[in-house]
Structure formats: structure tokens, C-alpha cells
Design a protein around this ligand. Sequence first.
Ligand SMILES: Nc1ncnc2c1ncn2[C@@H]1O[C@H](COP(=O)(O)OP(=O)(O)OP(=O)(O)O)[C@@H](O)[C@H]1O
Length: 270
Amino acid sequence: MNELAPDDRPAAASIHCRAVTVQFAPQAIAVDRVDLNVRSGEIIALIGPSGCGKTTLLRAIAGLQTMTGGTVELEPVAIAGEGQIGFVFQQPGLLPWATTLQNVLLPMELIGRGTRQQRRLAAQASLASVQLADAQFKRPHELSGGMQMRASIARALVTHPSVLLLDEPFAALDDMLRNDLGRLLLSLWQRQRFTAVMVTHNISESILLSHRIAVMREGVLETVVDNPLAWPRDPAMMRTPQFAEFFGVVSDLLRGAADSTQPGNRGGAS
Ligand SMILES: Nc1ncnc2c1ncn2[C@@H]1O[C@H](COP(=O)(O)OP(=O)(O)OP(=O)(O)O)[C@@H](O)[C@H]1O
């Protein structure tokens, strides 16, 4: 059963990208008039060949990248306040001199939400939600790569953002850890029901973790496909015929996007 927007939770923000354009130089249009609507409580996986503009689009949605054209709106508009967008980067990016708890506290302190005690409790709860309660006083160098990424996710979610943006968050991890963190992300989504956009190069991950998959090519949003895989998700689903079939569909879309970027094969969209 699709578990979007259950009755007992407030609806998360929807994201509306209209003609989003980012041009770095006269001949360098990284994102070209992208229209994309991400529904409330939905997870969209953003895939495409290297250099097609995925990270730039994600940064534009986050407000980290100046757009040369178009708009990004969150709805309801009132939700677009501080702490409403969490961002998970490929590198955990934890402050090396700070404890795990201090790292997770940082977004709460930056926006000055709540009392000191409330901020600390929120950070500890966020750490507990990623099974890092016992590591709160450790420094990043004392954590494994997977633990650092979990701390990074706890930091992104500590303000209970309505939107979570993830840029190849698990790319540096081995397959086992990738699956573990994928499962963790799904359980966090189950609880917090944020709206998410996740850039990934991994087709299996894009299928396992998403409601829909958006394919980009050369700055253009080529297509958005519904993911037919049932909910709730589990990595064991990767061994089912349905998964294999959809994997083939997504691979073909990706191959089409990649092939059409080859010289002499322009304009041959899938
Ligand atoms: N700050 C920048 N200045 C100039 N060009 C940039 C800048 N950032 C990105 N680009 C260019 O914009 C294009 C899109 O880059 P982007 O990082 O968004 O692609 P991507 O699809 O995320 O790639 P990858 O999958 O390899 O991470 C690339 O050609 C890149 O070289």
C-alpha cells in the first residue's frame, strides 16, 4: 500500500520548481528550464549521467545556488522558514573538533530555536533516531564512515525539516552499509514524513527508496516515472521479479539519457 500522507500527520511541504535555470557561463547551462513538482511526503530520486545538473538543481531547490531563471516554491508558503530544509551531502562534513552531539546541535543553535535544554534534548533525540545515542560525546574521527553519515543525517533532521534534500548520501559506503542506511532513511521517513529529493547514481537505491524517479540529461528534466514497487520497502525486495523488471525500465531511461549526450547523437531523447 502506498503510505503517502496518512491522516494522523500534518502534511509536509510540496516543492514546485518552475522553469528553474542555472547558467554558469554563456555556453554553460547546468540546469535548463526545469519544471518539477514534488508532492507532499513524496521521495523523488534524481538520476542522470555525470554532469547533467543533478547537484545544481538540488542546490537551487535548497537555496544554496543562485538561479539565473525560474522559481522554487514550497507549499504551504508559511512552511518556508528557517530549519525547514535539511541537506545531506555526500561527505558527512562534521566539524572535526566538535563532539557528535555538538555537531547535531549546530542547526538548532544557528536558528536559535527553543531553550538550551530543549535544543540539547532535540539533538539527543535525533542522534537516538539514527542509533547514535551512545556516540554523542565522541568526535568524528572516532566514528566509522557509516556512523559519520548517520550523524550527518541526524544533523539534517534535528530541526524536523519539512523537506530533506540528499546529494548521493551513501555513495562512499559499501553495499551492506548502503542497504542499512537506506533502511534507516525509510524508517526516518516513516516517522517524520518529510518530502525528499535524493540524487543518486545507484539504480537499485533509486528504486528502493523512491515514489518516483526523475531522469535528467544535459540540464533538462527528461522524464519522471512512477515507481510501481509496493510499500513498505525492504532491501529484500531487490530480489523480486518486479524489482528486476523496473530496474530494466530505469536502466533503459538512463542509457537513453547517457547515449543522447554522446557527440553526434544529440536530440535523440528516449
Ligand atoms: N560552480 C560552478 N561553476 C561552473 N560550472 C559548474 C559549477 N558547478 C557545476 N558546474 C557545471 O555544471 C554542470 C552540472 O554539474 P552538476 O554537478 O550539477 O552535475 P551532476 O549531474 O550532479 O554531476 P555528478 O553526477 O558527476 O555529480 C557540469 O558541467 C559542471 O561542470
